[in-house]
Each structure stands twice: as C-alpha cells, then as structure tokens.
Design a protein around this ligand. Sequence first.
Ligand SMILES: Nc1ncnc2c1ncn2[C@@H]1O[C@H](COP(=O)(O)OP(=O)(O)OP(=O)(O)O)[C@@H](O)[C@H]1O
Length: 610
Amino acid sequence: MKKEQPKTNVHPNVLDRFHYSQDRVIEKPFNWAQLVRLLSYMKPYAKNLLPLSLVAVFVTTIIRLVIPILIGVYILEKAIVEKNVPLLVSLIVTVAILYLLSYVANYFRIHWTNQLGQNIIYDLRKHLFTHVERLSHRFFDARSAGSILVRIMNDTNSLQELFTNGVINLLMDMLMLFGIIFILFSLSPQLALAVMVILPVMFLITTKLRRNIRKSWQVVRLKQSKMNSHLNESIQGIRITQSFTQERENMAFFDGINTENYESWRNATKKNAMFRPFVEMTNAVGTIILIWYGSHLLQTDTISLGVFVSFAFYLGMFWEPISRLGQIYNQLLMAMASSERIFEFLDEKPIVSDSENAIELDCIDGHILFDKVTFSYDKKRTALNGIDLEILPGQRIALVGHTGSGKTTIANLVARFYDATGGVVKIDGYNIKDISIQSLRKHISIVLQDTFIFSGTIMENIRFGRPDATDEEVMNAAKAIGAHDFIEKLPNGYDTEVEERGNILSVGERQLLSFARALLADPKILILDEATASIDTESEVRIQQALQKLLKGRTSIIIAHRLSTIRDADNIFVLDHGHLIEQGNHEQLMEKRGEYYKLVSAQFKMLHVG
Ligand SMILES: Nc1ncnc2c1ncn2[C@@H]1O[C@H](COP(=O)(O)OP(=O)(O)OP(=O)(O)O)[C@@H](O)[C@H]1O
C-alpha cells in the first residue's frame, strides 16, 4: 500500500525552513586514472594477502570447472555406461576430494579477500582522517561537519564492498566465465553457440536493471541522510524548539521525510525483487534450448550423453558470474563516485604549512609583533587593515571593539590558523611563517567562550593539552584555578564521565575546566576569546581570581566585550572595522575620550538602565 504524504496544517514557511545540502550526484563517467589510484591501496598487501587471495580464487575456480567434466564425461560415459566399477569408485573418491578442496579453498578465498578489503578500508580511513585533521581552518570554514563525516564514513564504506567482494570476485567471475565458454566450445561448438544466443541480451538487461536498482538505493541513502540531518538538528536544538513550541511543525516536517524515506525503500525493494527471477528466467531459457537442441544433437549422435550432462552442469554455473559482473560494474561506478569525493579531500593541501627550513622553538619569551598586517578571509572583505601592534613578553593586553571589528582574527593570526595576506607577524623576532607550526602552537593556549569538552573523564579533559601530566599535576592545576571543589562534589570526582560538550556541567564550571586545562599546558602565550562573557557576576569573581593565576607570567591576549574584565590590562587595543584606532591603558584611553571611552560609557549606561 502506498503511503500518503501526510497532510499538514502548518504554515508553508515552516517547511521551507529546512535546507539540506546534498552531496554531489553519483553519475560520472568511468575514470581509469582514478581506478588505478584506488587500486594502489592494494600495494602494501602485494606480498601477502593479495597473492594468497589470488591463489585461493584460482584453485576454487579450477576445481569448480573440472568437476562437471569428471561427472559428465568420465563417471557417466567411461565408468557407468561401460560398467567399470573400480574406475567409478576411484572417480567418486576423486570428486569427493576435489569438492572438499574447493570448499577449503573457498573458505580461505572469502577469509583473505575480506581481510584484504577491511585492511584497505582501514588504511584509507586512517589516511583520510590524518589528512583532514591537518587541514587549515579555511577548509573547515567552507564545509559542514556532517559533510566531512559522510565522506570519512559513508564514502569509504561504499568502497568497502568493492574491495572485499568486487575486485577479487571480478577475477574469479571472469576466470569462471572464460573457462566455461572455453570448455563448452571444446565439447560442442554448435550446442555452445545455441545456448549462448541469449547471452548478450541477458548481459545488457541485467546491467540496465542493476543500474536502475542502484539508483533507487542511492535515493534511499539520500533520504536517509536527510532524515539523519533533521534528527541531528532536532535533537541539538530541542530546547529552542520546545521554548518556541514548534514541536508540531517539526513533527510535520519529520513526517514528510519519513514518508519519502518509506517510499524510496518500497521502490528500491520492488526493483530489487525483479532481479533474481530475471536471472532464473534466462537460466530456464538456456536450459530449454539445451534440452531441445541438445536432444536433437544426441539423436543424430553429434554429441555424447556425457557431453549433454556436462553442458547441463555448466549452464547452471554460467548465469551467476554473468549477473555478478553487471553488479560489479555498478559497484565500480559507485566506487568511482565515492573515491572521487575522497580524493578531492586527500588532494586538498593545508593552506598554512611549515616552510622548508622551519625553525623549532623549544622555548619562547612570548614577544608578539604585528607589522602592517593585513588579512582577508575570502579575498573580498578585509578583516584586518595595516595593523601595527606590539605585545611585550609577559604583558597582558586586551582587544576591544565592536562585533566583527577583527579581534578574533588577530588571535587567529597569532596561533597561525591563517597566514596574513600582507605584512608580517613576528614571535620573538621570528617571522611566524618560519616557525614550525607544531612548535609554535605548543607555546600557545586558547580558551574560548564556548569551551569544548571532549567525551571522557574530567581528568582526561584537563590533561588534554599535556597527556604526560600525572594525576597530581592535574589536581594541582584544578586547585590553583579553584575547580577542585566542584569536581570533588561530582559523583565520581575526577573520574566522572562527561559527554561530548560537557552537558552535565554549568557554563562556569566548563570555563574553569578549560582554565585548568590551559594552566596545565603551561603555555607562554595565552589567548582568552570572550572567555568570561556568559558568566554571572558571582561566578565571575571566582573566574577572575582563577584568571589572575592563569595569566601570571604569560603573554596574554584577552578579547572581552565586558570591559570591566580588562581594566587592569597593560595595554588595550581598540579596533574598528579591521583598523587599530586607539591604544593605551584604561586610564589613558578614558582620558582621551575617544572610541574606548564611548564603549565603556555605553556599557555603563546599559548596565545601569538595565
Ligand atoms: N571564517 C571566516 N570566513 C570569512 N569571514 C570571516 C570568518 N571569520 C570572521 N570573518 C569576518 O571577518 C571579520 C572580523 O571577524 P572577527 O571574528 O575577527 O570579529 P570579532 O571582532 O572577533 O567579532 P566578535 O566580537 O563578534 O567575536 C568579520 O567581518 C567577519 O564577518
């Protein structure tokens, strides 16, 4: 029964709200260079699993090819018809041994080819993840986490089928097919031609049918990924949905996707169900031709009974590989599409990378200099315009300015998440581009307003930046920051498991954890980006005390909208639309009565009116 698209009485704007970008469509011409590149992942196994699998394939196929002749020509004609009992017994024993051998070889074929496929997918996924992890921020700016995930998981999965079954089975099927054709023609060319008349038609139809089926499954996958995206978004945004009482609208949309998903499955399984009967039907046509024309040849003594029986055996074995070849061709096309998407990621080069003779800095003083630095994220709008600023070692500076004025961008350039488009950024007198990225970032910690907590224990989260720290060192960092007390009160103290994003912790607690994490990492340069913005006044006192400990002896860059938190900074830089317009300490800037003064006054007024 066909499922009706549910009738909704929600406003059409609601349904327009949901947009899901779909990955590119999988219809691409065959690309040999890409196939060769894909097959190169077999190289590490060229000396073990690959030859073993090939030998197993070869042995299995040869045995399967020999048995029908033994039964038809030798057992039937030479032993049964001529009543040669000793020959019959020895032939039966031989066939039994061959069957046994073929089962053993087949077991190893399946085992080794699966292992080969799994190993290749493991390598490919590892390669892809390691590569993606090293890519620059710009790569992630342009893509959603979901689309990256799909390539690492789904696209490699669709290659798995090709490597575990496709490539090796392709060889087996070809070997089997050519073997059967060769044997049939040697036994009786006329009968062989007759039963193979339908071969081209069958090959064409199965390939077409398979393609059709594949397309239907592709639609199923698209619908599923749409449903996944919606589910993901719905669960993440559940609080907002409930607070705006949009559950009914959300449900209406989900109903729509659920129905589409149901329909696509129905369609795919319907087409799928046609395949098997079609192969069996062609098999039947072949058998009828064999009986009709074969019996005619038998009567005219053109072929022997043994040949006739062998033909029947071979015919039964013939259709399977043919239908599978069509399937493998489709698998190949799908693999081409997936590998194209995977290689697109693998060919992506990190925009920020180490120069050839990058300097390793074991320790730094933390002197930062921006010399006429200009930067644009997208080559269209400038985020920073001719910035000159100097931060002395151990100084505490603040960046202030309206939203979008370029504060975070300065922090991004200090950590070298991006390279300046003009001018030079220097750390301890070295051009930042000449310092190895690893050794630079080792000395920098960044604490963001939206602290990222990884799934794992509290202990593991604090230890994140310094994996070799002892439990005692972790606790000391937590104590110094003032996080120890709340951690001790958690059900399992430091061993309490927190889910990704740390939902069981309050915003302030998460913030304290991230401070402890930064303190333990002991960086020379510390960047706090809006780190205290969403914290209530009471927690802020606690956090301010923690901050004093954290900032001591480090070059610190504080980005804060709440200006009360940066009063005692050594230097305050005021930005406006990517320009540095003022600098000085709080008193100097207040006296100047410029932009900083306006910002402070506006905030003061807002607080008091509020
Ligand atoms: N990844 C990005 N890609 C493109 N443009 C960006 C990107 N990040 C920031 N921008 C743009 O660069 C400009 C400066 O942004 P930046 O994040 O440095 O501002 P900000 O002063 O830190 O703002 P806020 O106080 O709101 O955090 C803005 O116009 C912003 O739209």
